[in-house]
Design a protein around this ligand. Structure first.
Ligand code: TYM
Length: 332
């Protein structure tokens, strides 16, 4: 039987250390999808610089995200792992797509509004056109599915609209992508405030569990995690904090929130938090062991990123050739 793999693409910004939200909302799904899909996973360093970065830290963080991809279980033999700035076609396509994107569409992006508030001293043009570069990332590879957390849905939908408009103006060229969002874990909330998503740019590290937090830090953050009123360990609309903690527990244990609720029936918050902390620690410790081994071999990561960029360029260059021709750019 001939099975045609669906191509998927996704990426993470190397802006800081990755957290459980990134893992449960995105990477855990990426690892599953690598079995059945043709996947490209990118480290989007050009997106990261829309917010000021320390140059000496950016390259290090970029390498660190690549290492974490492997430590989380992405297999470079199966998937293409690469750094966005190593494939120049991303910026070239982004420029062309800028000319088919409406100002109003970008003004409606909630991430832009949030970031513009957070970084009011540096509302740069790159921050505004960020979603166009993201559309270029996706559309360069003929991507059909984009596995992301819920917060990126609006951006993927914009990429669809841009691709549809491009095809309408210039003829069928770009594949129309779909967001692939899991039902559970699509939005992991902050431990200190369950009304806001877990985020690396949160004002306090008590908001998130970093994939590199040690056991003691994990336990202390979970002990302090906000809970809801009442005594039962149940999820629901009036229990945002418990719903979040139960979701984290269920996803790491490969079970459902319902089953987790039954497991904790009759038990109190202290027992729940302690078992949750054990679960997170049991997940993170082996991951960090793998990370240590990967870090000890910097040449391996370089080889993977070089090969990844080489493979990605092949697809990206072919798309750009078509796009240039469609737009009417002179070939010599
Ligand atoms: P970024 O770097 O903010 O996040 C990376 C991935 O993690 C998911 N995520 C979450 N999921 C659940 N709960 C959370 N609290 C949480 N926080 C983050 C995000 O949804 C994302 O899937 N613009 C993108 C990066 C990007 C990209 C792309 C993604 C650039 N080009 C092309 C897909 C395709 C971003 O800022 O993700």
């Amino acid at each position: 039987m001939c099975y045609v793999y669906m191509r998927i693409f996704s990426g993470i910004q190397p802006t800081n250390i990755l957290h459980l939200g990134n893992y449960l909302g995105a990477i855990q799904n990426w690892v599953r999808l690598q079995e059945t899909h043709e996947a490209l996973y990118c480290i989007v360093d050009l997106h990261a610089i829309t917010v000021r970065q320390k140059p000496e830290e950016l390259a290090q963080n970029t390498r660190r995200v690549a290492e974490l991809y492997l430590a989380c279980g992405l297999d470079p033999e199966r998937v293409t792992i690469f750094v966005q700035s190593h494939v120049r076609e991303h910026t070239e396509l982004a420029w062309i797509l800028n000319t088919v994107t409406k100002m109003g569409e970008l003004e409606r992006m909630t991430q832009f509004k949030d970031k513009a508030t957070q970084h009011s001293e540096n509302i740069n043009a790159g921050l505004f056109t960020y979603p166009v570069l993201m559309a270029a990332d996706i559309l360069l590879y003929g991507t059909e599915g984009v596995p992301v957390g819920d917060d990126q849905k609006q951006h993927v939908e914009l990429a669809r609209n841009i691709a549809e408009r491009f095809n309408k103006w210039f003829g069928e060229t770009l594949v129309i992508p779909k967001p692939l969002i899991q039902e559970e874990g699509a939005r992991i909330m902050g431990l200190d405030d369950p009304t806001k998503k877990m985020s690396k740019s949160a004002p306090t590290p008590n908001n998130y569990i970093a994939l590199t937090d040690d056991a003691e830090t994990v336990r202390s953050k979970l002990k302090r995690a906000v809970t809801d009123s009442g005594t039962e360990i149940v999820s629901g609309a009036t229990k945002p904090a418990l719903t979040n903690l139960l979701t984290i527990y269920a996803l790491l244990r490969n079970t459902t929130v319902k089953a987790a609720e039954s497991h904790f029936e009759g038990k109190g918050y202290a027992a729940f938090k302690s078992e949750l902390a054990d679960t997170v620690v049991d997940f993170l410790m082996p991951l960090q062991e793998r990370l240590k081994k990967i870090e000890a071999n910097p040449k391996t990561i370089e080889k993977i990123l070089k090969k990844g960029a080489k493979d990605a360029v092949k697809i990206a260059a072919a798309t750009m050739e078509k796009v240039r021709e469609r737009v009417g750019l002179l070939a010599i």
